[in-house]
Design a protein around this ligand. Structure first.
Ligand code: NAD
Ligand code: UDP
Length: 328
C-alpha cells in the first residue's frame, strides 16, 4: 500500500466545478480539514445555493469563471471537476462540453505546471463507453463511439486523460486521474436528468417513473461521501521516498455493488412509499448496457478505502434532501 500524506499541512486548493454536486461536497470536506479553497465555476449546472453556507467563510473564495479561458491564481493543489455530468446537460451544448473538457484541461494543466502544483482530474467510467469487459478494470481501453450523442463527454474526458498523462511524461507534472462511477447524493440538481435524481423526484411527486429501455441495463451507485473520501486520499498519496514520481492512476472510484435500473426504481418506490407506476421509454443511443467498477487498484493504493454506504442507506439520505426541497 502506498502511504498517505499524514501531516495536516494547510493547503491552498483550487476546485473547478466547485458549485456543482461533487465539487460542493469536496469543498465542504477540504474546508473542514482546515484548507483554503478557491472555487471556480461558471454556474452552468452548479448553483450558488450549493456553496452559500461557505460564502462568508474566511478560507473560502468564489470566482465566477469559465475554465475554457485561462485562469491566474496561486494554489498548491487543483481538483479539476468543471464539466456537466448529466447526459441531458452535456448534450445541450456538445461543442461547449468538448471545449470544457479539452481547453479546460489544457488551462488547468498549464496553471499546475506554472505553479508546480499537484492536479487531480475528475475522469469518468464513460471512458470505457459501452464496455465489452465486465467489471471494468483500468487496463481496459474501452468501447466508445467517437461520433455519437455521448461522444462530446466520453471523448472529451478521454482526451483530457491523454493531456494529463502527456503533461506527466513530458513535464513531470504530479497528476492524479480518478475514473468516477455513477455517484449520487444530496445536492444533485432536481432537473439534472440523471437516474437517481429523476426517480426520487418522480416518486416524491407520485409521477410516473421513467425507465429508459427495459430497465435491465446496470449501474453501480456510489454515495457521495465515499467518493469524496477516495478523492482526498488519492490526491494526498505521499510521493515515494526514492524521489520517483507519485502514483498517477488512473484509478476507478465507485461502489462495486451493481443494480439494474428497474431494481433501482423499485427500491426508490419502496423507500418513498410512493404510488408512482413504472413506465418504459426508448433507450437513448449508446446507453451502456452494463457498468461495474473493479476497484482493486483503489484498494491497493488507498488507505483502507472501501465504500461504506450501501444503496438503500444512501438513497434514504438523498430522499430526505429532496423531500426538504418541497418540489412541485
Ligand atoms: P455537476 O454538473 O453538478 O457539476 C459540474 C460543475 O462544473 C457545475 O457546477 C458546472 O456549473 C461547472 N462547469 C461546467 N462547465 C464549466 C466551465 N466551462 N467552466 C467552469 N465551470 C463549469 O456534476 P457533478 O456530478 O458534480 O460532476 C463533477 C465532475 O465529476 C464532472 O467533471 C463529471 O464529469 C465528473 N463525474 C461525475 C460523476 C457522477 O456520477 N456524479 C461520474 C463520473 C464523472
Ligand atoms: N435512466 C432511466 N430513466 C431516467 C434517467 C436515466 O432509465 O429517468 C437510465 C439511463 O438510460 C441509463 C441509466 O439510467 O441507462 C443511468 O443514467 P444516468 O443518466 O444517471 O447516467 P449514465 O448513463 O451516464 O451512467
Amino acid at each position: 500500500m502506498t502511504s498517505i500524506l499524514k501531516s495536516k499541512i494547510r493547503q491552498r486548493i483550487l476546485v473547478t466545478g466547485g458549485a456543482g454536486f461533487l465539487g460542493s461536497h469536496l469543498i465542504d470536506r477540504l474546508i473542514a480539514d482546515g484548507n483554503e479553497v478557491i472555487c471556480v465555476d461558471n454556474l452552468f449546472t452548479g448553483s450558488k445555493r450549493n456553496i452559500e453556507h461557505l460564502i462568508d467563510h474566511e478560507n473560502f473564495q468564489f470566482i465566477h469563471h469559465d475554465v475554457t479561458y485561462p485562469l491566474y491564481v496561486e494554489v498548491n493543489q487543483i481538483y479539476n471537476l468543471a464539466c456537466p455530468a448529466s447526459p441531458l446537460h452535456y448534450q445541450h451544448d456538445p461543442v461547449q462540453t468538448t471545449k470544457t473538457n479539452v481547453l479546460g484541461a489544457i488551462n488547468m494543466l498549464g496553471l499546475a505546471k506554472r505553479l508546480n502544483a499537484r492536479i487531480l482530474q475528475a475522469s469518468t467510467s464513460e471512458v470505457y463507453g459501452d464496455p465489452l469487459v465486465h467489471p471494468q478494470t483500468e487496463e481496459y481501453w474501452g468501447n466508445v463511439n467517437p461520433i455519437g450523442m455521448r461522444s462530446c463527454y466520453d471523448e472529451g474526458k478521454r482526451c483530457a486523460e491523454t493531456l494529463f498523462f502527456d503533461y506527466h511524461r513530458q513535464h513531470s507534472l504530479d497528476i492524479r486521474v480518478a475514473r468516477i462511477f455513477n455517484t449520487y447524493g444530496p445536492r444533485m440538481h432536481p432537473d439534472d436528468g440523471r437516474v437517481v435524481s429523476n426517480f426520487i423526484v418522480q416518486a416524491l411527486l407520485n409521477k410516473n417513473i421513467t425507465i429508459y429501455g427495459d430497465g435491465s441495463q446496470t449501474r453501480s451507485f456510489c454515495f457521495v461521501d465515499d467518493l469524496i473520501e477516495g478523492f482526498i486520499q488519492f490526491m494526498n498519496l505521499a510521493l515515494p521516498s526514492n524521489g520517483g514520481p507519485g502514483f498517477p492512476g488512473p484509478i476507478n472510484l465507485g461502489n462495486p455493488c451493481e443494480f439494474t435500473i428497474k431494481q433501482l426504481a423499485e427500491m426508490v418506490i419502496e423507500l418513498t412509499g410512493s404510488s408512482s407506476k413504472l413506465i418504459y421509454q426508448p433507450l437513448p443511443a449508446d446507453d451502456p448496457v452494463q457498468r461495474q467498477p473493479n476497484i482493486t487498484q483503489a484498494l491497493l493504493h488507498l488507505n483502507d478505502w472501501y465504500p461504506q454506504i450501501q444503496l438503500q442507506e444512501g438513497l434514504k439520505k438523498t430522499i430526505e434532501y429532496f423531500d426538504k426541497l418541497q418540489l412541485q
